[in-house]
Design a protein around this ligand. Sequence first.
Ligand SMILES: [Fe+2]
Ligand SMILES: [Fe+2]
Length: 329
Amino acid sequence: MNENAIEGTAAPPVAVPPASVAPAIVAAADHAARHWHGPAGKLPLGSDAHKAAVCAMFRDTFNPYKPSVIDWPKLTPDARARLVSLPIWDIAVQTEGKARLRMASYAETCGDAEWCAAIGQNAWEEGRHKEVLSNLVTAYGIELVPEPEYIKPRDTEWAYLVTGYSECIDSFFAFGLFEMAKRSGFFPAELVDTFEPVIQEEGRHILLFANWLAWHRRNLPLWRRPWFELRVLAVWVFLAWERIGLARGMEAETEKPQDNNFTLNGSKAVSDTDLSPVELMKVCLEENDRRFAGYDERLLRPTTTPSLARVFVRLSGMVERLRGSVRRG
Ligand SMILES: [Fe+2]
Ligand SMILES: [Fe+2]
């Protein structure tokens, strides 16, 4: 069996090095995963050059870490208890499993060799995230409910859109929560460091998705564009519906309630700082900018979630100032 194969997906396009790699090689791969600039020149969105640059970015920034060699640090009883009690493990493992299958399915059907390769690699990386999480829960004795059967989507474009937009929302908040966890010392630095490449990888995934979307929109025949935009709107409605908890309410009650919205409201679970939603949003925005700073500025960044966050921060500031003047007056 191919030792690089994860969860039935094809091997990654870049060779994964053997288990014992020198720290300098790991550091170089980590740096390469965060920085990428294409050849000089214009890169109009939707052009062949745009597609080639996005796919090259995704290939060149592949980080060849191997989940099986991660050395899980020993935790104090307190840190372990905090980790075990996070209401996310089942949903996190299942989300990665679903994302892998949905991306792999779209990669099989998208009809463009370059995009298929990049999105197929993205699927493989989701399988690797699932393996990292599975190893973590085993290492710390976290019990999971049995995983559901992962069902291949029939409408692969819809499934990719839902997964991509969902990752755009979750990654934005995960960037901030991860930074809060780092600052708080709630978990040992070695454990936080273990997840650093996974979080950066999610940044690369949404960078790929945002640019695929921009390219795809511009390359659709005019007559298909209104239908596509309606589907995008429907995806947002679906995600909003899911995130306000209707989906959770419709699921059968389980012994271990999981939090679909953990990335939006999990700051207290990863940090002892009582951060207001506005402050958390500011951390998310800073981290969002920092994580994308190393990639070619001609590539499009995900914009919707950060824009909504900026509006929220601005509105909260206006409300605060208004309250201040009412108090003074
Ligand atoms: Fe993932
Ligand atoms: Fe991802």
